[in-house]
Design a protein. Structure first.
Length: 154
């Protein structure tokens, strides 16, 4: 059963929330450390992340490349806008499938929640069509599989 909750706001926003059984500092670090990211942000079983560039500073670049080991893959590029350790990350990302999708502006918050962390991710897309296309990919399922791995890593 998924622990992830996905809702929409207005025409252009997606809100993802999930609780983790680890403190905010640990969950935040798992989102910033390239060696940890490569262990959990993989989506469905069988995929790997051979390239993980995560320059964790305002203006720093992001590049993640995924491969299924059978010649299929895609990548993401982006840049950090703001980082407030260990509570907030603001960044912009675009998927390349192979063409680049419009920019997705993302604010992720990590808040203490009992002995764990409540993560709240707010995505802002340029229009309702872009949001609908993103949601049609089944992204929530891939995110939850990755977040289950994150819990194992932390």
């Amino acid at each position: 059963m998924s622990k992830l909750t996905l809702t929409t706001e207005g025409d252009t926003h997606v809100l993802v929330t999930r609780r983790f059984a680890a403190p905010p500092e640990v969950v935040f670090r798992a989102h910033m450390d390239p060696e940890l990211i490569k262990k959990w942000m993989l989506g469905p079983d069988g995929w790997t992340m051979p390239v993980c560039i995560n320059e964790a500073r305002p203006g720093g670049k992001i590049r993640y490349e995924w491969s299924d080991g059978a010649g299929n893959g895609f990548y993401l590029t982006g840049e950090f806008v703001e980082i407030q350790e260990p509570s907030r990350i603001v960044h912009v990302e675009r998927m390349h499938l192979p063409d680049a999708t419009p920019d997705n502006h993302i604010e992720t918050r990590f808040e203490p929640d009992g002995t764990g962390t409540l993560m709240t991710m707010r995505m802002t897309l340029p229009d309702s069509d872009t949001r609908a296309a993103m949601l049609a990919t089944g992204m929530a399922d891939g995110m939850e599989v990755s977040y289950q791995r994150l819990e194992e890593v932390v």
